[in-house]
Design a protein around this ligand. Structure first.
Ligand code: HEM
Ligand code: FES
Length: 358
């Protein structure tokens, strides 16, 4: 979390992550170019610029798949959380690699004629009506422009200035750009490729990304449908105090409403929106750390009974009223304005002793 903005907030975890990422990038490029040089001996030799362009392109498309898979994976298993935590670094690295590929392509295919290189490469030839002659470079350029906007606005500075809703909607364009990249490859490199292996790899990639999103969406939908409670009354019976673990979240689905995260801590129970104000992370899958609900995605924190980030931070989430009847927790399904203080339910000491699941 930040109050003033720093371009990169390093910590030990992020340094280690970036070192591993840099090693993978360097290892991939060196291996691709090295193996390419050895296997393309004269007379089938391929020049270094073309090899480098292909090395950067294939690395970029692999990284793009990884980036697109992190979201659904994080919804399926907490093991993917460290990848999610550093997705921005991965995204910017991907953009720089794709940019280098585009710059090399323009320099190699467009710099030697009389025309200006960019238009000579992306608009100088081909026909929109032909599959094998489609100016596929234009699709690459369009995708690159979208990735540029996303990389340039990836910082939290833009997230809070554009508002999370606009920022999120803008970043959904990644799927449009992904489609453009798939077409760029299908109408470009694959047209001159005799081996079906590349087409199969591309199809598998698309199937993997689509399948992972579908599975993650279905799982959430099923979980919501199975656990959803009608939310038409003033008070809804949502769970027992025995269902709540000390300092851990418990997610409640209310039909037609946002999910609610319920936390039990120090003999009290509070309920807040399950949606983190940062990038919509699932707060109910987080824990209470230092007295604050802590988002499992990037660690934003909220005071349980006010839904406000501890000063000097300013993020706010909706809070909910609770009531205790015997051992049952009842919830008023109408959310209070984000940041509104609501009295937590206090568990009587006698009941606390009876129910101590963790
Ligand atoms: C200004 C933007 C771009 C231009 C001008 C461009 C141009 C090209 C060209 C000329 C090729 C054929 C290279 C060859 O085989 O000789 C190519 C292939 C490719 N491009 Fe792009 N590209 C651009 C952006 C992108 C982006 C953003 C991606 C994202 C991943 C991408 C991914 C690929 C891939 C995967 C290939 C196939 C590489 C191979 O042959 O193994 N390109 N591009
Ligand atoms: S989504 Fe980033 S901290 Fe919650």
């Amino acid at each position: 979390m930040t109050v003033t903005y720093r371009w990169v907030q390093w910590n030990r975890h992020k340094r280690r992550y970036d070192a591993v990422l840099a090693a993978i990038v360097a290892g991939y490029l060196v291996t691709f170019i090295g193996v390419g040089t050895m296997t393309h001996a004269p007379p089938r030799e391929v020049g270094l610029p073309v090899l480098a362009m292909r090395a950067l392109a294939t690395l970029a498309i692999v990284l793009l798949h990884v980036i697109l898979l992190i979201g659904p994976l994080a919804r399926m298993t907490p093991l993917a959380a460290p990848l999610l935590y550093n997705r921005r670094h991965l995204g910017v690295t991907f953009f720089l690699i794709a940019l280098m590929h585009g710059v090399l392509a323009v320099g190699y295919y467009g710099a030697f004629g009389v025309r200006e290189p960019v238009s000579a490469t992306v608009g100088g030839h081909g026909s929109f009506g032909s599959i094998s002659g489609f100016p596929f470079e234009l699709l690459g350029l369009l995708a690159l422009l979208v990735f540029f906007v996303m990389a340039a606005t990836s910082h939290d500075f833009w997230l809070s200035n554009l508002t999370p809703r606009v920022w999120k909607a803008m970043h959904m364009l990644v799927y449009v750009a992904y489609g453009l990249v798939v077409l760029h490859v299908a109408l470009g490199a694959l047209q001159s490729e005799r081996s079906p292996a590349y087409a199969v790899a591309l199809l598998l990639g698309v199937a993997l990304v689509a399948g992972a999103h579908l599975v993650a969406g279905m799982r959430e939908w099923r979980r919501d449908a199975a656990g959803a409670r009608a939310a038409d009354g003033r008070w809804v019976d949502v769970c027992s105090i025995d269902d709540l673990q000390e300092r851990a979240g418990h997610v409640i689905c209310l039909r037609g409403r946002e999910r609610v995260a319920i936390f039990r801590y120090d003999g009290r129970v509070s309920a807040v929106s399950n949606v983190c104000a940062h990038q919509g992370g699932p707060l109910g899958e987080g824990r209470i750390v230092d007295g604050c609900i802590t988002c499992p995605w990037h660690g934003y924190q909220y005071v349980p009974d006010t839904g406000q980030s501890p000063p000097p931070f300013t993020e706010k989430i909706a809070t909910y009223e609770l009531r205790l009847e015997g051992r049952r927790i009842l919830l008023n399904p109408v959310p209070r304005q984000p940041g509104t203080a609501v009295d937590p339910v206090r568990i009587p000491t006698r009941q606390r002793d009876e129910a101590s699941p963790s």
